[in-house]
Design a protein around this ligand. Structure first.
Ligand code: GLN
Length: 488
């Protein structure tokens, strides 16, 4: 059962071959067996899952099945879930039980899914290996004995889906947190257009960049998940009315003489990447050509400055968003001798080092001496990057690029903060521009580990992004079931 895609599972559920309770029990058993080793869940919700599944079976029997009825999923522990602990992987929220449901998780309830648990992540989604989690890092199920990172910040989600401990999961992507972890675990990670999925009830990191999206084993599954997640939400002022609907398999956009111009970013061709990534990326380009795509070189002149701009804008917004954790209203509180001392002691104890670093950087770049030279400059770079993408999309329909320079690294690689930040080179520009980007497996490296590449499109061109990603998925034809755990 764990090898079923969402649409295959739905078919079997609809035909009565399997029940939602059976499917859920199968996942719960695997979570019991492997969950602790992989550390992909912060909280598991077996009772809720079984109740969800029973309700789903009842709906199906009554002929009122919902679009994703009975599909067992993991929810990144950044989405508030009513009555279920929501930690953002921080000590600050270790015991926080929300009284409300995030829009995205509510939409999954409305679609009939089964909640298996809350997936591990970097603390407040700040990080790249999920190592900043207060609950310890999740592990990549590929070559498990090597203890590789499942990426971050949605590393618990990718670890869970890659290892068959959930059919699919939600993630959030502020600077690459869906796409990077998906790429290095062999999964599909879709960062939709900013505003397509509501941020309401999702713990805020950098509000102008935060983008909820799905992590799945196949591109078709990503489209089904996105369909459930997307939609206008009056509770999020940046939510769009565009919406996204997909009920069945994605339609081809190549073949049969169809015309498609696919852009390759000139500035990225000089960036050092592994030989494997280069070989696989070039292979997929020639595949696309032979399928009839026209490959054009496009220029995003400031794209290499995206990293610097991101690491000013994201911490600036974070420093403002995280000011709410002061021990007064909710979360951890460490008593001091007066109110300021309580603030100080609470924050010192509640936040980890990386979160503190971001708050310090963010506060510094927003200070009156630095605002013009840092924050405003970064905002200008951001605008130029968005404009360059718009100009590039005059010359092509979609753009492709690698998702990362290389394969998953060991969790104990001992990278400095700056080295971690540099890993986001291929992903942050799309958040600054707000455009959709999907990472799709493009092959296995010589060391047997998966690599991914991205497809980007104009704002709200999410459908075509997924359509091209599906073509790449099918020519790359990666078996993305890690042998150690998917029992081949
Ligand atoms: N790795 C990036 C960071 O640390 C991106 C994180 C994210 O997208 N949430 O900020």
């Amino acid at each position: 059962m764990i090898n079923l895609t969402i649409s295959e599972a739905l078919e079997k559920l609809n035909s009565g071959e399997i029940s939602a309770v059976e499917l859920t029990k199968c996942y719960l058993k695997r979570i019991e067996k492997y969950g602790a080793d992989l550390n992909c869940y912060i909280t598991t919700t077996p009772e809720r899952a079984l109740a969800d599944a029973a309700a789903s079976d009842a709906r199906r029997a009554a002929g009122t099945a919902l679009p994703l009825d009975g599909i067992p999923i993991a929810m990144k522990d950044l989405f508030a879930t009513r009555g279920i602990r929501t930690t953002a992987a921080s000590r600050m929220l270790e015991n926080f039980v929300p009284e409300y449901e995030s829009t995205v998780s509510q939409k999954f309830i409305d679609a009939g899914t089964v909640l298996l648990g809350k997936a591990n992540l970097d603390e407040f989604a700040m990080g790249t290996f999920s190592k900043t989690s207060f609950f310890g890092a999740p592990v990549n199920p590929w070559q498990m004995e090597k203890r590789l990172t499942a990426g971050g910040s949605s590393g618990g989600s990718t670890s869970a889906v890659a290892s068959g401990l959930a059919i699919a999961a939600t993630g959030t992507d502020t600077g690459g947190s869906i796409r990077f972890p998906a790429a290095i675990t062999g999964m599909v990670g879709m960062k939709p257009t900013y505003g397509l999925c509501s941020r309401w009830g999702c713990v805020a990191f950098a509000s102008s960049l935060d983008t909820p999206g799905p992590i799945t084993r196949t591109v078709d599954d990503a489209a089904l998940m996105l369909s459930a997640m997307a939609g206008h939400d009056p509770k999020d002022s940046t939510s769009s009315t565009h919406g996204f609907t997909c009920n069945g398999p994605l339609e081809p956009i190549l073949g049969d003489g169809k015309k498609l111009r696919v852009g390759v970013i000139k500035e990225f061709t000089n960036v050092e990447i592994s030989n494997d990534m280069k070989t696989l990326f070039d292979k997929r380009i020639s595949d696309l050509k032979s399928m009839g795509a026209e490959i054009v070189e496009v220029s995003i002149p400031n794209i290499l400055d995206a990293l610097a701009a991101y690491y000013i804008i994201a911490p600036a917004e974070a420093s403002s968003n995280l000011a709410r954790y002061d021990g007064m209203r909710y979360g951890l509180r460490v008593e001091g001798h007066d109110i300021y001392d309580t603030f100080k002691k609470t924050r010192a104890a509640g936040f980890g080092d990386e979160v503190k670093r971001r708050m310090i950087i963010g506060t510094a770049v927003l200070s009156s001496e630095s605002y013009d030279v840092y924050f405003m400059q970064a905002a200008r770079v951001r605008r130029m990057i968005a404009d360059s993408f718009n100009a590039a999309f005059e010359q092509c329909d979609l753009i492709i690029c690698p998702s990362s320079a290389g394969t998953a690294m060991p969790l104990d690689s001992g990278l400095s903060p700056l080295e971690f930040y540099a890993l986001d080179l291929f992903t942050v520009a799309m958040n600054l521009a707000g455009i959709p980007a999907c990472s799709v497996p493009c092959g296995l490296a010589q060391n047997g580990l998966p690599l991914g590449m991205q497809v980007m499109g104009r704002r709200f061109d999410d459908m075509r992004v997924l359509q091209l990603a599906k073509h790449i998925e099918s020519v790359a034809s990666v078996d993305n079931r890690p042998t150690t755990i998917m029992g081949k």
